[in-house]
Design a protein around this ligand. Structure first.
Ligand code: TRP
Length: 340
């Protein structure tokens, strides 16, 4: 495929903050879909380091995680020939457009963002302005590339809606400049919940590492975490298991990894002890993650390869972004350099 054909595909864009550990929930809920969509979309996948610093990060750790996350995108099967993968801070237009868009975002809108309210409770010693204006940066990430579709989980829906409002506001104030992006809701698939607290989403930044399965957990750790996952007081799988949130979560994970419905899993394992079902589940997870980790180790061990991909991604992103930025600057009335 040549460059022109590639550019004609609709654009799908997503970002993940390089903090915590990419977890099985990220794979099943996001990365796996990106891989399946890469035939039909030009995927733009950003490691959003600028978002990550709204919460204090350890610098050495942040640097390591940025590269590790990019390598995990590739290990999951995202083809760098078909997609654009880069690190947010490598493309200066993100910061530039974020500033402009923050002048088109009302404080009243930002005050309503539930993630800001949650995070300012969780990190109450560091309620910084970046944490507050973060949705304008996220809108910039999306609008810079004339994005068609943004896959969003429940927790990011409000931010995407705001990005749409900001785009529409700007377009109405001047003239059509930004494409107004649509949310992409992946076809039904259960949310993967925490292994210790099945009422909570499996979060990559959970402080208790028994709550999540990291994509980089070695087999013995996977086995231990699954073994310790909470269950109910029954001892064996039955169709009724689907009514218990803890067992249902384990069944859902098995179902997602083996592409069979949760009801079928419950039937197939009916009468089996939880411990033996957990053994089967561990095998499924290891089957997925062993080859994933093998590819990851190859990629991360070959630094030149990864940095070439990230440089090329940033170069292509930069060129798309600069087209949008020159329109934006012209419309708002900035003088073009060299043309006084
Ligand atoms: N805010 C998102 C999160 O915390 C990450 C993100 C940043 C993002 N920019 C984005 C997601 C653009 C989708 C599109 O998960």
């Amino acid at each position: 495929m040549n460059q022109l054909e590639k550019d004609k595909k609709p654009i799908l864009l997503s970002g993940i903050q390089p903090s915590g550990h990419l977890a099985l929930g990220n794979y099943v809920g996001a990365m796996r879909n990106w891989v399946n969509l890469q035939q039909d979309y030009l995927g733009i996948f950003i490691v959003v380091d600028m978002h990550a610093i709204t919460v204090r990060q350890n610098p050495a750790e942040l640097r390591k995680q940025c590269l590790s996350f990019a390598a995990q995108y590739l290990a999951a099967g995202i083809d760098p020939e078909k997609n654009i993968i880069f690190i947010q801070s490598h493309v200066h237009q993100h910061a530039e457009l974020a500033w402009i868009l923050s002048c088109f975002t009302y404080m009243g809108e930002l005050n309503r963002m539930t993630q800001f309210k949650d995070k300012s409770q969780r990190y109450d010693d560091n309620i910084n302005a970046g944490l507050y204006t973060y949705p304008a940066l996220m809108a910039a990430d999306i609008l810079l590339y004339q994005t068609d579709l943004v896959p969003v989980g429940a927790d990011q829906k409000q931010h995407l809606e705001l990005a749409r409002d900001i785009a529409t506001r700007f377009n109405n104030t001047y003239s059509p400049t930004f494409k107004v992006p649509e949310p992409f809701i992946p076809k039904a698939g259960a949310r993967i919940m925490s292994l210790q607290d099945p009422e909570k989403k499996m979060s990559k930044s959970d402080t208790n590492e028994n709550n999540y399965i990291s994509l980089l957990d070695p087999p013995d750790v996977l086995k231990r975490k699954i073994k310790r996952a909470v269950t109910d007081s029954a001892h064996e799988i039955s169709p009724d298991s689907l009514n218990n949130s803890a067992i249902r979560n384990l069944i859902n994970i098995y179902s997602a990894l083996n592409d069979i419905s949760a009801a079928e899993v419950a039937n197939q394992f009916a009468g089996q002890q939880y411990s033996s079902f957990k053994g089967e589940l561990t095998d499924s997870v290891v089957n997925l993650l062993e080859p994933f980790q093998h590819r990851y180790n190859e990629i991360i061990g070959e630094k030149g390869y990864l940095s070439d991909i990230l440089d090329e991604g940033a170069r292509r992103a930069h060129s798309m972004a600069s087209r949008t930025m020159s329109k934006v600057y012209r419309k708002i009335g900035f003088v073009a350099p060299g043309h006084p």
